[in-house]
Design a binder for this molecule. Structure first.
Ligand code: IPD
Ligand code: CA
Ligand code: CA
Length: 273
């Protein structure tokens, strides 16, 4: 049974408050006033309201911590304290199309000891409002779904692996790169899924539902909490070169040790030359 820390309680409380509001707004999705942020990237009133709720709750709980907000940008805090990295609605296109697969992602990232920039993610919460599921992890304390410990899957062979991905869309990502990688991986695995919420893709790798995940061109708020979840569930996260970074937003390859290494070889082979 997990001993839930004060930090996780603060994060979960904020996520549940914002998530309750998203749930209500999702029920009235047709009536939402929607504005375009970029091609295929919509920002809804619900998105902004969720971010505001998270900001208010977390600021009250930790007044001197800074923020990296998808919508609001960077808000500096005390540089010796952690900062929040937040996606108030991950899966916006799903939300706007009435597809109940989206989440709130909150991570706490600590400053580097040498004071030069930002270091490890120390805690992450991914809350799925429609299913009321809270995935959470704390550095060195494991990954959890409520009070159940999460472990990445134990499948070792590609032909039994279900792999999630994110497909480039208008204005985001490199379709040629994705096609090359898919051509190597797709025919060798049991299935490929593209559900449209990178934070949940990573949470589901941590939960052993997916056996692996790859996507490029993500943002820190998409991956910060999810990468910690996968690592704390015993998995590996790296970029295409195999380098491990606390957040791995530019290129994310996640899976258990065997599948991470197999998928990594396939990606390297797909992109060489
Ligand atoms: C998006 C989702 C999606 C991923 C996109 C992200 P948003 O986030 O995580 O799965 O493929 O690259 O931008 O816009 O819904 O917060
Ligand atoms: Ca996102
Ligand atoms: Ca978002």
């Amino acid at each position: 049974m997990a001993a839930v820390s004060g930090l996780i309680r603060v994060m979960e409380r904020a996520a549940r408050k914002a998530g309750g509001r998203l749930r209500r707004d999702f029920g009235e999705v047709e009536h939402l006033q929607v504005s375009r942020k970029g091609p295929a990237d919509f920002v809804s009133k619900a998105d902004r309201a969720s971010e505001r709720t998270l900001y208010d709750e977390l600021l009250q709980a930790r007044p001197d911590w800074g923020f990296v907000l998808e919508e609001g940008g960077i808000i500096e805090g005390d540089p010796t304290k952690p900062r929040w990295v937040i996606d108030p609605l991950d899966g916006t296109s799903n939300f706007l199309h009435g597809i109940p697969h989206f989440a709130i992602s909150i991570a706490a990232q600590e400053p580097r000891l040498d004071g030069k920039g930002w270091g490890d993610v120390i805690a992450g919460v991914i809350y799925q409002p429609i299913t009321d599921e809270t995935y959470w992890a704390e550095k060195t304390r494991g990954a959890w779904l409520h009070d159940g410990r999460l472990r990445v899957s134990s499948r070792r062979h590609l032909d039994e692996a279900l792999i999630a991905t994110g497909i480039p869309f208008a204005g985001a990502g490199d379709p040629n790169e994705w096609v090359k990688i898919y051509a190597e991986i797709g025919p060798k695995v049991a299935g490929i899924r593209r559900f449209g919420s990178a934070s949940l893709d990573l949470a589901w790798v941590a939960a052993g539902r997916y056996d692996g995940f790859w996507e490029s061109n993500l943002q820190p708020w998409d991956t910060a909490a999810g990468c910690l979840l996968v690592r704390e569930a015993g998995g590996f996260v790296s970029d295409w070169r195999g380098r491990s970074d606390p957040i791995c937003d530019t290129q994310v390859l996640a899976g258990n040790d065997a599948l991470h290494s197999r998928l990594h070889k396939l990606i390297v082979g797909a992109l060489k030359g």
